[in-house]
Design a binder for this molecule. Structure first.
Ligand code: G3P
Length: 216
């Protein structure tokens, strides 16, 4: 499973990219707004840090506007993925962009039927938001299972399932167990993923034994 970082904070991307486990980055308008920086500048800087796919989301609601915004974003670097919402206009934009060789991440997916349409439009990625479904009492990971099952029946679907709106390390564990293609993870969840008390206590014990042996 590929791991993308779900943030627009460049310093954080530098920090976690240095771990050697980050395959790509996803951003959205909320994350870019939180960074307080110019959109294109942030995307260009991220593309200079991570070689893998970098999702940059359009904010237009009509297909023509989406395509107009997509062109300069796609021109920033070859690894830019255009992110569009799962709406009729977004599907149309997906078809046009994909036809022209631009990769698309169709976002804000909340059902298997939406994911089916994203695949038919030629999306490179579909982003189901598991946390937001959990937030309202549904089970986000059930949706991932359903989408993977639907896609598995059709060999001509190339769309990768990108688990988004991740709230815990357990979401990542479940995404891996289900065989999701990608999981995009906020920085704090990466910290949660690496942490284990037995690693900490084991390391402390090794170092203590090492020091005692050297003194003996
Ligand atoms: O990249 C989109 C996404 O992961 C949104 O997450 O936490 O705002 O539901 P969240």
């Amino acid at each position: 499973m590929q791991i993308f970082l779900d943030t627009a904070e460049v310093e954080s991307i530098r920090k976690y990219a240095a771990w050697g486990v980050i395959d790509g980055v996803t951003t959205n308008p909320s994350l870019i707004a939180r960074s307080g920086r110019v959109f294109e500048d942030v995307i260009a800087e991220i593309c200079g840090i991570v070689e893998g796919p970098i999702s940059a989301e359009v904010t237009a609601l009509d297909t023509a506007g989406m395509l107009e915004q997509a062109a300069p974003l796609a021109a920033i670097a070859p690894n830019v993925i255009i992110k569009v919402p799962l709406t009729p206009e977004g599907l149309r934009a997906t078809q046009v962009l994909t036809g022209g060789g631009t990769k698309v991440n169709v976002t804000l997916c909340f059902s298997a039927t939406q994911a089916l349409l994203a695949a038919k439009a030629g999306a490179t990625y579909v982003s189901p938001f598991v946390g937001r479904l959990d937030d309202r009492g549904e089970c986000g990971m059930d949706l991932i299972e359903q989408i993977l099952q639907v896609y598995s029946h059709y060999g001509d679907f190339r769309t990768q399932v990108l688990v988004a709106s991740v709230r815990s390390a357990d979401h990542v564990r479940q995404a891996g167990l289900l065989g999701a293609d990608v999981c995009t993870v906020p920085p704090k969840i990466l910290d949660e993923m690496i942490q284990h008390d037995l690693t900490d206590s084991g390391l402390a014990a090794f170092l203590k034994d090492w020091e005692s042996a050297r003194k003996a």
